[in-house]
Design a binder for this molecule. Structure first.
Ligand SMILES: CC[C@H](C)[C@H](NC(=O)[C@H](C)NC(=O)[C@@H](CCSC)NC[C@@H](N)Cc1ccccc1)C(=O)O
Length: 331
């Protein structure tokens, strides 16, 4: 079995996040969810969510699904790196993405969500695609959609082909050779504590020389920007006239008129190049001549995150085989 589903940018001006249509329950209820390799909870806005915290999101109503079953005595509560979070109860129900159906998927219904989720009407929840060890359901942790679907997929993989300001795809169970050029380079994955953690072999700024340095970080499809060690990020922004690391804006800002250099990162003996345009992330406010960078320092996070700004420059294979590996190809 295999499937394919669109990854739709949430905001046409800049790629805050990508959402993918899924159907839950019987009869099927459609929601648009943020597929997230950086976490492992599948949670949705629901009929259980405090009305004051719902603002235009589509919701899942288990009471309207003949196949929904309450997972009695189970709760969940998750916190994300940006301080956002949500919590609630758990049902199992039919869950379908791109034609691939899992019949008793744990669907975590939110009772409460933090303000940043309330304010993002285009994101109706998350589908965690990290390793199931990260799942927060208590007292028994639940499996991700990918872990549940793996055995019925032609191949135990899913791929991310995210695009700059355009619709991309998530494929499940197969590798679409038409979506990349050259070879796919596979790297080992550290599955503890549960992210897709890999080590890049170094970086180059623009057409400058390549710096051989190991950079361990996570591939996170639901983090908009890319956060790397301060030394790496400083050497990038040093090349941009007028770029400053602003305390006020919480990161590097620069004149929107700048022509930004590309950023190349190593994957084994190959490499991926992020065009400078992808790093010109967004104006700090509508109409401002000052822009916010898509490449920022990870020093405050304690972990490096290869988010959408990096992922959309590549075709990425998340191989859930034994052992798991992560594959990178140019496109
Ligand atoms: C502060 C909490 C830390 C970060 C940690 N939580 C995590 O690592 C969770 C699973 N993952 C995340 O917070 C991040 C990875 C951070 S690396 C530490 N990925 C998921 C995030 N992009 C989901 C999201 C999507 C849209 C809007 C906001 C957030 C924990 O629970 O300990």
């Amino acid at each position: 079995e295999k499937g394919s589903a669109p990854a739709i940018p949430v905001d046409p001006r800049f790629d805050i996040a990508y959402v993918t249509p899924v159907t839950i329950g019987t009869p099927p209820q459609t929601l648009y969810l943020d597929f997230d390799t950086g976490s492992s909870d599948l949670w949705v806005f629901s009929s259980h969510t405090l009305a004051s915290q719902v603002r235009g999101q589509m919701i899942y109503s288990p009471e309207k699904s003949t196949t929904a079953k309450l997972l009695a005595g189970h709760t969940w509560s998750i916190r994300y790196g940006d301080g956002s979070g949500s919590l609630g109860n758990v049902y199992t129900d039919n869950f379908t993405v791109g034609g691939v159906t899992v019949t008793s998927q744990a669907v975590q219904t939110a009772q409460q969500v933090s303000t940043s989720f309330t304010s993002e009407s285009d994101i109706h929840g998350l589908v965690g695609l990290g390793f199931s060890t990260l799942n927060t359901v208590y007292p028994n942790g639940q499996l991700t959609f990918f872990d549940n679907a793996k055995s019925q997929l032609d191949s135990p993989v899913f791929t991310a082909d995210l695009k700059w300001k355009k619709e991309g795809t998530y494929d499940f169970g197969f590798i679409d050779e038409t979506k990349y050029t050259g070879e796919i380079t596979y790297l080992p994955v550290q599955t503890d504590p549960g992210y897709w953690t890999f080590t890049s072999s170094g970086y180059a700024v623009g057409d400058g020389s390549f710096n051989q340095v190991s950079i361990s970080g996570i591939a996170d499809t639901a983090t908009s920007l890319t956060y790397l060690p301060t030394a790496v990020v400083t050497s990038y922004w040093r090349q941009v006239e007028g770029a400053v690391n602003s305390q006020y804006y919480g990161g590097y800002v620069f004149p929107c008129s700048s022509k930004l250099p590309s950023f190349t990162f190593g994957v084994g003996s190959a490499n991926i190049t992020i065009p400078g345009s992808y790093i010109n992330y967004a104006q700090i406010t509508e109409g401002s001549p000052t822009c916010f960078g898509g490449l920022q320092s990870s020093s405050g996070l304690g972990i490096n995150i290869w988010g959408d700004v990096a992922l959309k420059a590549a075709f990425v294979v998340f191989n859930g085989g034994n052992p798991p590996t992560i594959g990178w190809a140019r496109k």
